[in-house]
Design a protein around this ligand. Structure first.
Ligand code: FES
Length: 174
């Protein structure tokens, strides 16, 4: 401890009268640690909901069900034909293909390579991406040729009262 001028009104050490900076570093370090611990606590608590979301996704519970959207009437889609639609959002391009009397498949049709639109080529029985000659299996959405490595996200559909509805997007399985 250094000598203090006893005429200074208070004999305590604090920031306003601590002219000789006694214990200043110690006080600063303590304040800093308190701030650090406080900030860590705030981050820990605020990240909890994201942990729950991530766990749900990782456990495969993340299939998203959206408000059902009518794609078309069964009577307007002959067997072997396809129709394009938007799902789940107004900017998400998708394609529905009728494979037989009662079998329908639907996918988000942005190519999993560089997102060009994938078309159904009835004569070849394949889904084709014109950009880099990518091809997809119509039954599963899996890539069969070209650069794409991931399947097209599948859209589950259901038929009700003579119309076909998009129900949910299936999560991508690695
Ligand atoms: S964008 Fe489809 S193959 Fe490249």
């Amino acid at each position: 401890m250094s000598e203090k001028n006893n005429k200074i009104p208070f004999n305590e050490d604090n920031y306003t009268h601590n002219i000789e900076r006694n214990n200043e570093r110690k006080l600063d370090r303590r304040g800093f640690m308190k701030t650090l611990v406080g900030a860590a606590g705030v981050f820990a608590v605020s990240s909890l909901p994201w942990g729950a979301v991530a766990a749900k996704e990782l456990m495969g519970l993340g299939e998203k069900e959206y408000p059902h959207k009518k794609i078309t009437e069964v009577s307007k889609l002959p067997i072997g034909d396809a129709v394009e639609f938007k799902f789940p959002g107004d900017h998400d391009d998708a394609i529905l293909i009728r494979l037989s009397e009662n079998k329908y498949v639907a996918y988000q049709n942005a190519c999993t390579h560089l997102r060009c639109p994938v078309f159904w080529v009835k004569e070849q029985g394949e889904m084709i991406c014109p950009c880099h000659h990518g091809k997809f299996d119509v039954e599963t959405g899996s890539p069969t040729a070209g650069p794409p490595r991931r399947p097209l996200p599948e859209i589950q559909v259901k038929v009700e009262n003579g119309a076909i509805f998009a129900v949910r997007v299936k999560r991508y399985e690695a």
